[in-house]
Design a protein around this ligand. Structure first.
Ligand code: FBP
Length: 307
């Protein structure tokens, strides 16, 4: 038999031995796709910012990005692992690009016009299956006054997704309640969010790169003996909190920044043992050629040491 999966991907899949074969096959589909295919790393394009931040804030910087097909082609041509988006955006291209790029249905969404830190369920497991997706994705807002309802929604959606052979991605974004802006990216808070996502049964966990700030007074002592001044050490800690590195943890790109700043951060993510990146605005807010170039460099960093 000719081996299809690489040792790196077999190793990642071994973390999910408690899961059904369909779920592992869906994870394998993403892990074997694109330029990082076979390396155990993932680089994903997320395009839910039109929902979360509004259309002009998301796409005015690069107007071709108003077209859903633009994002499918960007993800395909950059050789990414997967493309994640809300129902309407995926439905606008899933048929035309069927089989060309693994898809993740972002199944809940918020919008910037609201005041409550919560998300509505905007897609179902059945939608994901009809669109040919490999995974469904949910955002949770640990710390929000609505967090427990969000956890229950993820529990229900994830159970149905797993029963149907889909992987589950959780965007763990602490916010709301008593968390101020600084606390949202504090090391202890980001790590707490990643751990909650793992406990909720996420296969892939997405977080923001953490700062060295420790927000919770009760957590100060636990962090007192560690040195978290360097980003790669903070990344390593967050990965550790996701079942001792046995869950795929990927890091978001954030607002558009210059290439050098982004790439420096990606190098730290790689050095800290992060399993990849999920980069939206820093991809589709650049002209296509520049986006392809930057995504190519991001992939190169994640592939370092994989020869
Ligand atoms: P970016 O690379 O654009 O930051 O995308 C990652 C992401 O998680 C999106 O999926 C989501 O829309 C956005 O970040 C949320 O950003 P914010 O924290 O500003 O609401």
């Amino acid at each position: 038999m000719m081996a299809y999966l690489t040792p790196a991907v077999r190793n990642v899949l071994s973390w999910y031995d408690g899961e059904r074969p369909g779920v592992k096959a869906s994870l394998a589909r993403m892990l074997m796709h694109g330029r990082t295919g076979g390396s155990g790393k993932l680089v994903i394009l997320p395009v839910d910012q039109g929902f979360e931040h509004g259309p002009a804030r998301s796409f005015a910087a690069n107007p071709p990005a108003y077209d859903p097909h633009y994002h499918f082609e960007l993800a395909i041509d950059a050789g990414l692992s997967a493309f994640a988006a809300p129902l309407g955006l995926l439905a606008a291209g899933a048929n035309r690009y069927a089989g060309e790029i693994p898809l993740i249905l972002k199944a809940n969404n918020a919008n910037g016009l609201g005041t409550v830190k919560d998300e509505a369920i905007t897609g179902t497991v059945r939608d994901a299956l009809e669109l040919g997706c490999s995974a469904v994705g949910y955002t949770i807002y640990p710390g929000s006054d609505r967090q427990y309802d969000m956890f229950e929604e993820v529990r229900a959606g994830a159970a149905e997704a797993k029963a149907n052979g889909l992987a589950v991605v959780v965007w763990a974004y602490p916010r709301g309640g008593q968390l101020d802006a600084r606390a949202e990216t504090a090391l202890d808070v980001v790590a707490y969010g990643a751990h909650i996502a793992a406990l909720l049964g996420a296969h892939i966990i997405k977080v923001k790169p953490p700062t060295s700030y420790i927000a919770e007074p009760e957590a100060q002592q636990a962090y007192a003996s560690g040195d978290y001044a360097r980003l790669h050490d903070r990344i390593a800690h967050v990965v550790q909190t996701a079942f001792d590195g046995h869950r795929i943890v990927i890091f978001s790109g954030g607002p558009a920044r210059d290439d050098a700043t982004i790439l420096e951060e990606i190098r730290d993510i790689h050095r800290g043992g992060g399993h990849g990146s999920i980069v939206g605005r820093n991809a589709f807010q650049r002209p296509r050629g520049e986006a392809l170039e930057l995504l190519g460099k991001i992939i190169d960093v994640h592939l370092e040491g994989n020869d």
